[in-house]
Design a binder for this molecule. Structure first.
Ligand code: THU
Length: 137
């Protein structure tokens, strides 16, 4: 995995936890936060934003990616990601979020998330095999 050390990952997890405080989740009451460490040293966060039309919900991870690109432009790269929730449940990123992270993250970059017993950190390529192989031409 890329060189973001354990202490930095824990800091990132803490930022994700803080971001979850802003969750708009009146339907599921599942309060999620995500934090991205960018290769430029910045950290950006996001939270889940639900909608009365459930399918329009945006997950915390994708909210954070949209924020990173909006703030730092299309060349932004993600060195590491962390996800947290205030419900004390396991919450690895959903499939859609793994795919969106893969657009801006190298396959060996670490993703930390709440697991059944504590946190777990996995490389993006473990969460999304072949995630960087789709080519349109
Ligand atoms: N959710 C996230 O924001 N990220 C995850 O990794 C798991 C799921 C949100 C979507 C929805 O608002 C709520 O959690 C329940 O699925």
């Amino acid at each position: 995995m890329t060189n973001v050390n354990q202490q930095e990952m824990e800091k990132l997890f803490e930022a994700a936890w803080q971001a979850a405080e802003n969750s708009y989740s009146p339907y599921s009451e599942f309060r999620v936060g995500a934090a991205l460490r960018l290769t430029n040293g910045e950290t950006v966060t996001g939270t889940n934003v639900e909608n009365v039309s459930y399918g329009l919900t945006v997950c915390a991870e994708r909210a954070a990616v949209a924020r990173a690109v909006s703030e730092f432009g299309p060349k932004v790269r993600i060195a590491a990601a962390a996800v947290a929730n205030l419900n004390r449940s396991a919450s690895p990123p959903c499939g859609a979020c793994r795919q969106v992270l893969a657009e801006f993250m190298t396959p060996d970059a670490p993703v930390m998330f709440p697991a059944a017993d504590g946190t777990r950190t996995m490389a993006l390529s473990e969460l999304l095999p072949l995630g960087s192989e789709m080519k349109l031409k």
